[in-house]
Design a protein around this ligand. Structure first.
Ligand code: AP5
Length: 215
């Protein structure tokens, strides 16, 4: 099964994708994570993407569709994929169709996480992750069980994203409204869109997604 998780910054795409990886053995393809890895490694793509990401704007369609195609080539045809943060523009949606078709795959669900944008700044500015395994936390909504120690791997190193400040978050949301939300009708026309209440607790959101996937 191949699915897209769609929603504005902080909607919970990464949180829910990680659950699906853990619970269903699906593979998460997050263009944000892949671009951050490229920036960290100082690759040519990373050098092009760094300033764009720090400004909260979108990296070029060619770059992100290229990395998605390359990532898919690394996976066995049976592996179910969660597209997290991709596609984000009409051109990317078109590329994804081509990428999937060329590999004999199709898209089964587009799950939109519906959220109140005012709550998202709070979610994003409180977010931090384990520097070792990437497990996600939040200053108020999800702290490690033992203070300062990652629940998943035991590391004591944590980090925050450079684009998780209020000004950049506002730009990211404006980009979502202008360029990403308008691609939903493409998938509505195929009757594969489901909406879940992204404002519910993480467990409740996971339950709603499970209902869609099991439905
Ligand atoms: P990307 O990394 O994709 O960031 P984003 O879309 O802005 O989304 P986030 O990762 O911020 O949020 P999320 O929905 O995953 O929320 P999370 O689960 O972490 O993109 C970053 C940048 O890369 C872009 O701005 C762009 O420059 C570039 N880029 C990436 N893809 C691109 C593309 N396709 N095209 C062009 N450019 C691209 O949750 C957030 C916080 O809330 C966490 O702390 C979490 O614990 C908490 N939380 C989650 N769910 C709940 C809940 N139900 N209740 C309470 N708290 C919750």
């Amino acid at each position: 099964m191949n699915i897209i998780l769609l929603g504005p910054p902080g909607a919970g795409k990464g949180t829910q994708a990680q659950r699906l990886v853990d619970e269903r053995g699906m593979k998460q393809l997050s263009t944000g994570d892949m671009l951050r890895a490229a920036v960290k490694a100082g690759t040519p793509i990373g050098l092009k993407a760094k300033a764009v990401m720090e400004a909260g704007e979108l990296v070029s369609d060619e770059i992100v569709s290229g990395i998605i195609g390359d990532a898919l080539d690394e996976l066995s045809p049976e592996t179910g994929i969660i597209f997290d943060g991709y596609p984000r523009t009409a051109a990317q949606a078109e590329s994804l169709d081509e990428i999937l078709e060329a590999r004999g795959r199709s898209l089964h669900h587009v799950i939109e996480l519906e959220v109140n944008e005012d709550a998202l700044v709070d979610r994003i500015t409180g977010r931090f992750t384990c520097a070792n395994c990437g497990e996600g936390y939040h200053d108020r909504y999800k702290l490690p069980a033992k203070e300062g120690v990652c629940d998943k791997c035991g590391s004591t190193e944590f980090k925050r994203r450079p684009d998780d400040n209020e000004e950049t978050v506002r730009t990211r949301m404006a980009e979502y409204r202008a360029k990403t939300a308008p691609i939903l009708p493409i998938y509505e026309a195929r009757s594969i869109v489901s909406r879940v209440d992204g404002m519910a607790s993480m467990d409740a959101v996971a339950g709603q997604i499970a209902d869609v996937l099991n439905g």
